[in-house]
Design a protein around this ligand. Structure first.
Ligand SMILES: [Zn+2]
Length: 483
């Protein structure tokens, strides 16, 4: 395939010697070896502005960008689009690899919650999402159908947020400078540490180098987006209330140089947002290698975060109903949106569907359809890894038996009774609701006194969420274990 493309490329050069030079060009950062190689092959198509520690700021024609994507690298664009020369040069000066940063020490403590989440993963949901995304025909970033796919996901996420009845879940569009396609973000605000962020994401756009009107992008990256959506569905359906803020992202314009994620990650960095970890999902449904999940080990990847992912899979997926295997692989400079987060100095990781080079060979063509894979068995493993990561990194807010919530309201679980007391004389309790781990409402009590007991005697052991609705001070949701 590579040789064929190379021949095609020289043929094009001979047939259209001036056209290539007329193509629009843009600024980017890329691996300096790739830049040198391109400069030798296509001297008219790239200008190397400056090089610093293995990265180059370049002025690149779209032609050279396509050539880079097709022939020099294994996956992804291989460069990061930058809106100006200054931004490109500044990115190199950031020198993120040399920065010392505080690394979060993640632990594995949420077995009950994680195992409940893994049981809720539905392959049929992933299948339906991929088919729906494929159905747009193309999600190339300049096409209206690409923006429509983002708007539709926004509507879908808003409906999920509304159905949950929770006020800590919100959805927003993110408009970009360098593409008309927006990104979309679902946020679950952390109940205890809202300023600490745990993020997962994947790109919504698709590409077909030979015809951008026919880019179904089922695996690249309908599968990754479908995986992220299924993670969000499970988290919301089980009424998971995190200590830290969780965000689910679907990006615009990854295929033309990580445009969506680059702008978002840069803004988070500018606003000093503490993103503790980012995990990327780009292609999850084609099993091309012996092992199931391949963890990216490029130089810009966080080793600590990778080790956490290995620990999670050793703990949750080495045996039993949710068993799968893993290996490691590399994917090069700017290979997908996790690079944008790494370039801002955040810990990022990337689990991929196969060893690089053995991944789905039909991507970036009209043949990247769901029928190639036929089921969502492979993608489900990535949803499970994502859920393990989200739940263990963000942690569940759990009420212990002697928990006291501020001075205004106290509540505790004792002898299979929920005991509560409202001390704020300016408020009263409107309603009490109890939800089980699947989000099902199993108890409603109106007209509560200022203090009292609610019997939990008949309930099975497990996780529950108690929700008090106050007349003046909103709602309070607390998770507890009954055992
Ligand atoms: Zn992709």
């Amino acid at each position: 395939m590579k040789n064929f493309l190379l021949h095609l490329f020289f043929l094009l050069i001979i047939l259209t010697p001036t056209q290539a030079q007329e193509r629009s060009s843009f600024y980017a950062t890329m691996d300096s070896n790739d830049a040198e190689k391109l400069k030798m092959e296509l001297p008219q198509e790239i200008e190397i502005i400056t090089t610093y520690k293995g990265q180059s700021a370049v002025l690149l024609t779209e032609y050279a960008a396509n050539e880079l994507q097709e022939n020099l690298i294994l996956h992804g664009p291989g460069y990061v689009f930058k809106g100006s020369k200054e931004q490109a040069v500044k990115s190199l000066e950031n020198d993120f690899l040399s920065q010392t940063r505080e690394i979060t020490n993640f632990t594995i403590t949420e077995d009950v919650m994680v195992n409940a989440a893994l049981d809720l993963v539905q392959e049929i949901n992933i299948e339906n999402e991929i088919l729906e995304l494929e159905g747009y025909g193309t999600r190339y970033h300049t096409k209206t159908s690409a923006s429509q796919a983002v708007m539709d996901l926004k509507d879908q996420w808003e409906a999920m947020a509304l159905a949950s009845g929770r006020s800590d879940i919100s959805v927003r569009l993110y408009y970009h400078t360098n593409t008309n396609m927006p990104s979309v973000i679902l946020t679950i605000e952390g109940a205890e540490s809202p300023d600490d962020f745990i993020i997962v994401g994947g790109h919504m756009d698709s590409s077909n180098y030979s015809n951008q009107n026919d880019a179904p992008g089922a695996d690249d990256n309908g599968s990754g987006v479908a995986s992220v959506i299924e993670m969000s569905r499970v988290i919301i359906d089980m009424n998971f209330i995190p200590q830290k803020t969780i965000e689910f992202m679907a990006y615009a314009a990854e295929e033309i140089g990580l445009v969506g994620s680059d702008e978002i990650a840069a803004e988070y960095k500018n606003n000093n947002i503490n993103v503790e970890a980012y995990v990327n999902f780009d292609m999850t449904n084609y099993k091309g290698s012996t092992e199931d999940v391949y963890i990216n080990t490029d130089y810009y990847i966080s080793t600590t975060l990778n080790n956490f992912l290995f620990d999670l899979m050793d703990h949750y997926n080495s045996s039993g109903a949710h068993q799968f295997t893993y290996g490691t692989s590399i994917c090069n400079y700017g290979c997908s949106d996790h690079y944008s987060w790494a370039q801002q100095g955040y810990d990022a990781a990337f689990p991929f569907e196969a060893a690089f080079g053995e991944h789905n060979p039909y991507i970036h063509s009209s043949q990247d359809t769901y029928s190639i894979t036929g089921n969502s068995e492979h993608a489900a493993k990535f949803v499970k890894l994502g859920l393990e990561f989200i739940i263990e990194a963000a942690k569940s807010q759990t009420l212990s038996t002697n928990d006291i919530i501020g001075n205004n309201f106290k509540m505790l679980i004792k002898d299979r009774k929920l005991i509560y007391q409202l001390n704020n004389l300016n408020d009263s309790i409107n309603q009490f609701e109890l939800f089980d781990i699947t989000g099902k409402r199993i108890l409603v009590v109106d007209d509560l006194q200022r203090s009292g007991e609610i019997s939990l005697g008949n309930l099975a052991n497990g996780f529950y969420v108690a929700v008090f609705d106050f007349d003046e001070n909103g709602t309070l949701a607390k998770k507890f274990i009954l055992n």
